[in-house]
Design a protein around this ligand. Structure first.
Ligand code: PLP
Length: 456
């Protein structure tokens, strides 16, 4: 490492932060939809970080459940023990899971959940005499996490680029991205058919019995910006997977656990996956936790075969994380928060439409429930993206933070390089005043971003 970095460019910290030249504000407190920093400034957390904080910050019931678990036992390694709290959480998740799911494998986050799902899918085929299956198919512009397996199935070109030599071979097909990719002469359903035909051709090219799984986010989140599937798309995908014995792995790490108004986003598509990953809204940010929901045939095959899943981490099924997740899920159920997501989601959409439908730089307002996004464009008619060197998304984030608003903007929406969007994911118990504040501050932030001013 030869490069000299000027001492003055280094902020006073020993934490290796995401950005090495910038120290973020210090979060000192959180209640409900609000975070306070060390200067006493309050931020409306309108994205729950990255769609994590589904019941808000500092929820007393969740904290009490975590404290009680810590008092009982904070940690017991899963190769020695199970815990009541992990068993109860698994029962709760299976009881509300898509049909066919009957077991849960706990991990500590979204990337770990994807890694476990990829390995479990492969092991299932090894144990059932189909060891020739070695390919995964996923979608461009998807995000499945940052560990190497997750990055490999992920379809964001920029994130993959420098690590490409380390990644397993994955075939990527088109995302389901109606705003940009549906032709004017086709209906939403026809567009979905066209995408399924493309997937069919890829399956034929690789050979249906060489493929382990098709991996997709039900509602595409971080890198595409809350893009729901068109009607019928996932039904066709399910049919293709069934025809070729390919597993369907749905990644609901971001869009799942109530975010779109149903516990699982796929409920709205009328099909069920073979493996499903969940994470962010599972524990709501109170502890790192993720899980893979496992279809009965897959569990049964391993049970009848080797009798174990060749995987594992030190912190799987961590009791305090399970206690947090169980408490979060109980709050969601007790307080009817799925209904609240539908209601508040409608309210958020209406406010966004009111504030931005005539905005010259907002090309699309989309999403489901409390999982919404704006896609920003330099020119609306032709949907021309901004020059990526302007970093519109980063400017909007900075302007929003300056106004006490946390949103989750991202660049590279179209292809990993071009395009900007802003993702919104407030807590399920957000109130109407907070939604007003959210949209007012967001409008001011978008309008204040220097590049937007210049382009208008
Ligand atoms: C759909 C999806 N999958 C996986 C991940 C990775 O999760 P984590 O950051 O917890 O590893 C994310 C994170 O944003 C995600 O949105």
């Amino acid at each position: 490492m030869k490069r000299d970095v000027q001492a003055s460019a280094q902020p006073p910290t020993k934490v290796m932060h995401r950005q090495l030249h910038r120290l973020p504000p210090i979060a000192t407190g959180g209640r409900g939809a609000w975070i306070t920093d060390a200067e006493g400034k309050r931020y409306l957390d309108a994205s729950g970080g990255a769609a994590v904080s589904c019941v808000g910050h500092g929820h007393p019931d969740v904290l009490a459940a975590m404290r009680a678990q810590m008092d009982a036992i904070a940690y017991a390694h899963t190769s020695f023990f199970t815990t009541d709290v992990a068993e109860t959480l698994a029962n709760t998740l299976v009881a509300s899971a898509p049909r066919g799911i009957d077991h849960v494998y706990f991990v500590s986050g979204g990337s770990e959940a994807i890694e476990a799902a990829l390995k479990l899918a492969r092991q299932y085929f090894v144990e059932t005499g189909q060891a020739q299956r070695r390919h995964f198919i996923a979608r461009r512009q998807s995000y499945h996490g940052n560990t190497l397996g997750a990055l490999a199935v992920g379809g964001n070109a920029w994130r993959r680029a420098q690590f490409a030599p380390l990644l397993i071979d994955v075939t990527h097909v088109s995302p389901c991205y109606e705003y940009r990719d549906r032709r004017e002469d086709e209906s939403a359903e026809e567009y979905g058919e066209r995408l399924a035909d493309e997937l069919d051709r890829e399956i034929q090219a690789l050979g249906g019995d060489n493929i382990i799984a098709f991996v997709a986010e039900t509602v595409a989140g971080a890198t595409l910006g809350a893009v729901p599937p068109v009607p019928g798309y996932f039904r066709r995908v399910r049919e293709l997977c069934d025809r070729h014995g390919i597993l369907l792995i749905l990644d609901e790490v971001m869009c799942g656990m109530g975010r779109t108004g149903t516990l699982h986003a796929i409920e709205q598509e009328g099909i069920a996956p073979d493996l499903m990953t969940i994470a962010k809204g599972l524990g709501g940010g109170y502890a790192p936790i993720g899980a893979v929901l496992v279809r009965s045939e897959i569990h049964a095959a391993l049970a009848a075969g080797s009798g174990f899943f060749q995987h594992g981490h030190t912190y799987i099924a961590h009791p305090v994380a399970c206690a947090a997740a169980l408490a979060v899920q109980r709050v969601i159920s007790r307080d009817n928060l799925l209904d609240a997501v539908k209601r508040k989601g409608t309210g958020l959409r209406e406010r966004l439409v009111h504030a931005f439908s005539d905005h010259p730089h907002v090309g699309d307002i989309r999403g489901r429930g409390l999982f919404m996004a704006l896609e920003l464009v330099a020119e609306r008619e032709r949907k021309t993206p901004f020059d990526p060197s302007l970093r519109v998304h980063a400017r909007i984030k900075a302007e929003a933070m300056a106004r006490g608003l946390c949103v989750y903007p991202m660049g590279g929406t179209l292809d990993g390089r071009l395009g900007d969007h802003v993702l919104l994911a407030p807590p399920f118990n957000v109130n109407d005043d907070e939604l007003d504040t959210l949209v007012e501050r967001l409008r001011d932030a978008v309008n204040a971003a220097p590049v937007v001013q210049r382009a208008s």
